[in-house]
Design a protein around this ligand. Sequence first.
Ligand SMILES: [Zn+2]
Length: 290
Amino acid sequence: MSGELTRRRFLAGGMAAGASILSARIQGAGQQAAATSAAPDQANWIVDSHAHLKHGDAARTEYSPEVIVDTMDKVGIAKSVVFAMSTTTQRSIEMAERAVKKYPDRLIPYVYALPHYERPVIKEIERALSGGLFRGIKIHVGECTLADYVIDPVLKLAGKRNVPCLIDLGGRYADAKRMAAAFPETKLIVAHMGRYLSTDRNLIDQFIGLAENCANVLLDVSGVVVLEKIVEAVRKIGSTRLIWGTDGPHEKPDTVGFARTELNKITQLDLPEQDKRNILRQSIVGLLRL
Ligand SMILES: [Zn+2]
């Protein structure tokens, strides 16, 4: 949670200039959607590609699909990619299935891959993907090793099934490089542009460089605090390979305030509107063929 404080402080400082006209418009659309509680209208086109039914924090915090969708309504988010972590692959499947059954038009599930050398979980992942409901795989280095004999079967399956892997690498550039080169058919979405809340510009540059060299690498901008690196990445790899997500829900200050702050992070960037639209929607829509 101390990381969270750092993040809030940083973002608050970075956004002292105030909300842009566009973000005000988006928030207005969100309030409208909340008031009617109806399905999102056309103005409400944002997609959150990174939302947790269960987090990887110390408390292993869980959020109900009701809270996630209520937050989406108030912020103006049309759809969210949801997944659970800090649990088994099987339970991540059950949690996501339950959530999506309740909100089939709003939530898009990823399966959580927790492979172990004694328990590969490939069969469970394969079953989840073969049903067509699950559109991607979440991997977190804090909970599983990226050793080739453990992770490669998962990456290979993702390529075969043409679903992306959203992978939190905790800054492990060498592992990312190996995986991207070994599985060119597998789309790797690098969470947080390499490492959560990183201020290490050299590290971020390495991951942008990886995306420049490997067409199968995309960058998730959630938990990114050096905002000019997002602009730089757009210039180097194009906005269609950058993907927005909240990495929420979070309670600080509350789930709606948190998501709006993450949204404003993109809307206030000095970028053409089309690039913002790609980051906030089109990149993930294209990738998941929504
Ligand atoms: Zn996350």
